[in-house]
Design a protein around this ligand. Structure first.
Ligand SMILES: O=C(O)c1ccc[n+]([C@@H]2O[C@H](COP(=O)([O-])O)[C@@H](O)[C@H]2O)c1
Ligand SMILES: Cc1cc2nc[nH]c2cc1C
Length: 333
């Protein structure tokens, strides 16, 4: 007798009209979704992508190929529909929301922009904490609220923030203890000398503190948007909805989320393997096998948007595909 949900889900998949295991990672994805929804007939009807945007004091140390002002400019581009995330969301029927988590400069006022600002960018973590402990906690709370307000069987979280690969690397280093050199990359397009400079600055920055708790790490080295994504992931997981994890920065937020609440890992599916060098190390930390590998390194949730149809296919496989028995197809002896 089959007595566990996991075994019933596995048996449902194996009874479908296909050689055993022949749908590969789609089978694993179906198992994850079905376990989370606690049914052998899961549904994947709708998805929302929430893009969290914020600025980083560390940008002023020259760790990005682009100037800080681009963060706010890209927020306006998301709102006018011209970014890659808008295009991919439209193509795949995903609702898109944009959150100001703390973009530098004066607050932008736009009817579609969700205001969760925690300041005009973080402070530079080269010389002191990026934010206060209270701001770090508030970021988790704001992220959770944004998740509660977003509709979908699955939620994807994107980010926009010049220099946030530097932030993600420093934060991930403190959370995992992995060497910084394994966690840094070119971001928006640094050359070799730029990467060396980024490594030197981050090496100085992380030497400022010793071992940190996850709560301390997200205040010392976090970002408003990264911490909000962690809060949003935690809330989505608590609601037993699927979290679609995007690229390098989103995966750093996922590492933070799992350090705070390890059980959140079971709600996460990993959309793609980013071209950003440090992504492999973070995926390994989470024992994650991403669905796609397209050499993308844009962020914004673009990888998550491209993975969304695979989640729909995995759920539909469970509900709509015939079993050997129902279809009258002979199974192997
Ligand atoms: O998602 C990724 O894997 C990814 C990898 C490299 C860069 N990005 C995006 O580029 C920005 C950060 O790059 P940088 O060089 O400014 O740290 C930020 O807006 C991210 O959305 C995103
Ligand atoms: C133009 C541009 C678009 C982005 N989208 C996400 N990060 C980005 C960084 C830049 C520089």
């Amino acid at each position: 007798m089959i007595d566990t949900l996991a075994a019933r889900i596995r048996q449902t998949i194996d009874a479908k009209t296909k050689p055993l295991g022949s749908l590969g990672q789609i089978e694993t994805l179906a198992e994850t979704i079905a376990l989370l929804q606690e049914t052998t007939e899961p549904t994947m009807r709708n998805c929302t992508l929430v893009i969290f945007a914020a600025d980083h004091g560390i940008a002023l140390e020259g760790v990005s190929a682009f100037p800080q002002v681009v963060t706010g400019q890209m927020v306006l581009t998301f709102l006018s529909g011209g970014a890659a995330a808008n295009v991919f969301a439209t193509v795949n029927g995903v609702t898109l929301k944009v959150v100001d988590s703390g973009v530098a400069g004066k607050p932008m006022s736009h009817p579609q922009l969700i205001d969760r600002r925690l300041g005009a960018g973080t402070a530079s973590f080269l010389t002191g904490p990026a934010m206060s402990a209270a701001q770090a906690q508030l970021a988790l709370d704001h992220g959770a609220a944004c998740a509660r307000e977003a509709e979908g069987d699955a939620l994807a979280f994107g980010e926009m923030g010049i220099a946030n690969t530097a932030t993600a690397s420093a934060l991930a280093h403190k959370l995992t203890g992995l060497p910084l050199a394994d966690l840094i990359g070119r971001g928006t397009g640094l050359d070799d000398a730029g990467v060396q400079r980024k490594l030197a600055i981050l090496t100085r920055a992380v030497a400022r503190t010793g071992a940190l708790t996850p709560q301390e790490a997200m205040a010392e080295y976090g970002g408003f948007e990264i911490n909000m994504i962690a809060g949003a992931m935690l809330e989505t997981a608590r609601q037993r909805r699927v979290v679609i994890v995007d690229g390098f920065i989103a995966t750093a937020a996922a590492v933070l989320a799992t350090k705070l609440e390890p059980e959140s890992r079971s709600a996460m599916v990993f959309a793609h393997h980013s071209h950003e060098a440090g992504h492999t190390a973070l995926l390994n930390v989470l024992d994650a096998k991403p669905l796609l590998a397209l050499d993308m390194r844009l962020g914004e949730g673009t990888g998550a948007l491209l993975a969304w149809p695979l989640l729909k296919a995995a759920a539909a496989m469970m509900t709509d595909m015939a079993s050997f028995e129902a279809a009258g197809v002979s199974n192997k002896d």
